[in-house]
Design a protein around this ligand. Structure first.
Ligand SMILES: [Zn+2]
Length: 471
């Protein structure tokens, strides 16, 4: 139980239940407490450090805490009229206790007591290279599964005696191993061939998936390997779709989708922070901005945290079904919010504005998948951003909107630009109907490719072409 206590800390609502120097509430500092300084009121409350507007009171903070403590406090998101303070579990980033986080804490403790480093075996070069690739976690996981054989392809099912025939059902030519399904089946080769790097790949036979990939890593540049990985992943998704009765799509379509996802990943790795998807189900793999349906509006939200961590900009932009600017707004935020908190705050501010403007039939998009998962989940969010999440859910309810949506970064460029602009500047900006040229350029760029391409959002959109541009 002592262990459990060590992981618990308070999440600040209005701060009236938390004592600054006595209760655990500050992440990343010893004991989660602000160290006591002579002459201070020992029973001072956290609410005394918050202004009437619901922001951290910088002057008071500087009197109370060290530089490091103030830094950590500024990373805590608070909202106006925050409500009750709450005990949360510190070790897990979602704020909930899990067996695993308890396990890691216990392990860490034991290690520290013995004074030894972790006994996790060093990864081979292969894995070291893979982990360094900077690809979405779901794709790293996919590679791991292909390499270790934890894939529900026919050869594996055959080995476990679940099916009696391991032959690939798409080509009927050979046993369906992970490598065959993703890279060697003629259907999959047809997709890989579209990539310019294909001729660089050595032709031959490989024992397994990892030797194929190892070989490819020797021939290709880092960006080419990323494209290869994305295409292998797309091939696997396509294989599953066909397995579940969908009509096979032309290789060019699959390649185009892969290439636009890849474009998003390259963008992402040039960006200050952030990670792409974690769970494939939440991701809409669209490579560009898509206007909302006729009569609807779309709100794109993004936050920008400057490299030094001090400047946080949030920006959102509302456009109609013709792709025209309705309104855009950006604001610089005091504090040192982490990206996820900043993204959530941006969604909240955008929605508050939508309510005020009386916008309805709105679709909300962000490129922060974690934010989408927190908001759309049905559990109470016990993380530091929990209060923001609750507010967002409340406003979504008021606007009768079902959740928010994730898009890849290239489909969120306009909001990204607004956020970046305000992060570098000062204060608050808003543009109604028309914006500055840098913004109008992005909006134009998001506009129609050709008039013949169907741009309305619908269920069919994903299976038609129209992905090919974003590179
Ligand atoms: Zn095949």
């Amino acid at each position: 139980m002592e262990l459990l206590k060590q992981g618990l800390r308070w999440r600040v609502g209005n701060g009236s239940d938390i004592r600054v120097f006595i209760d655990p509430w500050v992440p990343d500092v010893e004991g989660f407490r602000v160290s006591y300084k002579d002459g201070m009121n020992m029973s001072m409350l956290v609410s005394e450090l918050i202004t009437a507007n619901g922001e951290w009171n910088m002057n008071r903070l500087e009197q109370v805490g060290s530089v490091q403590e103030v830094e950590a406090i500024l990373g805590l998101p608070i909202v106006h009229n925050g409500g009750c303070d709450k005990l949360i579990w510190n070790q897990n980033k979602h704020g909930t206790y899990s067996v695993k986080s308890g396990y890691w804490l216990a392990l860490k403790e034991r290690r520290e007591r013995r004074g030894v480093q972790g006994a996790i075996p060093a990864p081979t070069d292969y894995w070291r290279h893979l982990w360094k690739l900077k690809i979405p976690p779901k794709m790293s996981h996919f590679l791991w599964r292909c390499s270790t054989g934890y894939m529900p392809c026919k050869s594996a099912l055959f080995l476990r005696r679940i099916i009696t025939d391991p032959t690939c059902s798409r080509c009927q030519q050979s046993s369906e191993t992970p490598l065959h399904a993703t890279g060697l089946c003629p259907v999959s080769v047809a997709v890989l061939e579209k990539a310019s790097f294909y001729t660089k790949l050595s032709q031959g036979t490989w024992d397994n998936f990892s030797s194929f990939l190892e070989d490819a890593m020797r021939q290709l540049t880092v960006d080419e390997i990323k494209l290869l990985v994305v295409l292998l992943w797309c091939n696997w998704k396509e294989r599953n779709a066909v397995q579940f009765g969908e009509v096979a799509r032309p290789a060019q379509v699959i390649y185009d989708i892969g290439a636009s996802i890849w474009g998003g990943i390259i963008q992402e790795s040039n960006h200050n922070y952030g990670q792409l998807g974690m769970h494939a189900n939440d991701v809409e793999d669209r490579g560009r901005w898509v206007p909302p349906m006729h009569g609807s509006l779309k709100l794109n939200c993004d936050a920008s945290v400057m490299a030094n961590g001090g400047q946080v900009g949030i920006g959102w932009i509302c456009r109609n079904s013709e792709g025209r600017l309705v309104e855009a707004m950006g604001e610089r935020i005091l504090g040192r919010l982490k990206p996820r908190a900043a993204e959530l705050l941006c969604v909240l501010k955008g929605l508050e504005w939508a309510v005020m403007r009386g916008w309805s039939d709105l679709r909300v998009e962000t490129d922060c998948l974690e934010a989408v998962r927190l908001v759309n989940g049905c559990e109470e969010c016990l993380a530091d951003e929990g209060l923001i999440v609750e507010r967002i859910r409340m406003l979504l309810g008021a606007l009768e909107i079902q959740g928010i949506h994730h898009v890849v970064r290239v489909a969120n460029m306009a909001a990204h630009e607004v956020a970046g602009f305000v992060a570098r500047g000062n204060g608050r900006y808003s543009w109604l109907g028309v914006g500055p040229s840098w913004l109008m350029d992005v909006i134009d760029n998001d506009g129609p490719i050709t008039s013949s391409v169907r741009r309305e959002e619908s269920g069919e959109f994903l299976s038609t072409t129209g992905h090919s541009r974003s590179l």
